[in-house]
Design a protein around this ligand. Sequence first.
Ligand code: SAM
Ligand code: SF4
Ligand code: SF4
Length: 340
Amino acid sequence: MPVRDVFGRPLGSLRLSVTDRCNLRCGYCMPEEHYVWLPRESLLTFEELARLSTVFASLGADRIRLTGGEPLLRRDLDSLVRQLASIGGVQDLALTTNGMLLAAHAASLRDAGLQRVTVSLDTLRPDRFAALTRSAHHGDVLAGIAAAVDAGLPLKLNTVVMRGVNDDELGELLGFARDVGAEVRFIEYMDVGGATGWRPEVVVSRGDMLAQLGASMGTIHPVADDHPGAPADRFQLDDGTVFGIIASTTAPFCRDCDRSRVTADGTWYLCLYADEGLDLRAPLRDGAGDDELAVLIAEHWRRRTDRGAEERASLADRTPLYQVAGLRADPRREMHTRGG
Ligand code: SAM
Ligand code: SF4
Ligand code: SF4
């Protein structure tokens, strides 16, 4: 039986950030010129990540997602995937990537036991991609998507929708996803750490997205929810195309949240918005046994009361979670460090 928090939410989905480094600079995640990076010696080794994952799995974490930063910047990621895939109790092993390096790695990741991949794709237009990410390599992302399809990896696309930036592309992105056999998930722009330029006016709500898609794509039908912890509400067009919307900003779903995150330096966060995390690297490196780690993790989860997005949504005057000084004070507050 999974361990449960104060609100009865089970420990379920574990997100492992394997690096805080990234080869893009998406404006909603890394808008600044300079960053404070985690010291390299503080990063957990693959063996440490696998050991922690085994302990988490014994407490109910049955889904693992590798993220970052850009996880494919971590060398030999397939060897971590191989270790994680062999852990009993892990039923789902996924990767979230910006796709830039995926073309070279999709087949080996699949061979190592990766079960599915999510690629972030906010636009189909190279010039817009350049403005959004400060990179000219849009073609590499598309090649990464093609490689994931060729490798037979089930594929999702993540699109952060921003008013006046890419909200005129929803129909085209839906069509692209359909053509490559992927499911697109439109994500409301979130006021997470790192989003120092966040403003409520730029958020396109789930309601606005559905209205826009309904006008251009025809009737939209809700799809029954078969997993209450899943963040996306799923919908279907008359032609059978399924897509998701993650309404974390305007309609948060904290009551069902079974997700937690481990940063690349082994700090465990119970919420995307949490200010403080629990240091798991120190006990790991100080020789704690699996049983001791399990007690530490279970006790911490049992005390969990986090519902960050719901608290943010109830604020009368909503401004960015942190400004630069707050992020510099603790780089783990950054979305690219904590993992999306
Ligand atoms: N670099 C990888 C990528 O971009 O897919 C993995 C890490 S990234 C932090 C994970 C996800 O967080 C991405 O899909 C990204 O779009 C999302 N994300 C980052 N900042 C966000 C924000 N302010 N609002 C909503 N989603 C955000
Ligand atoms: Fe973009 Fe992901 Fe890098 Fe953040 S971590 S800048 S979302 S690619
Ligand atoms: Fe879970 Fe925190 Fe996100 Fe709410 S805000 S869904 S508690 S991670």
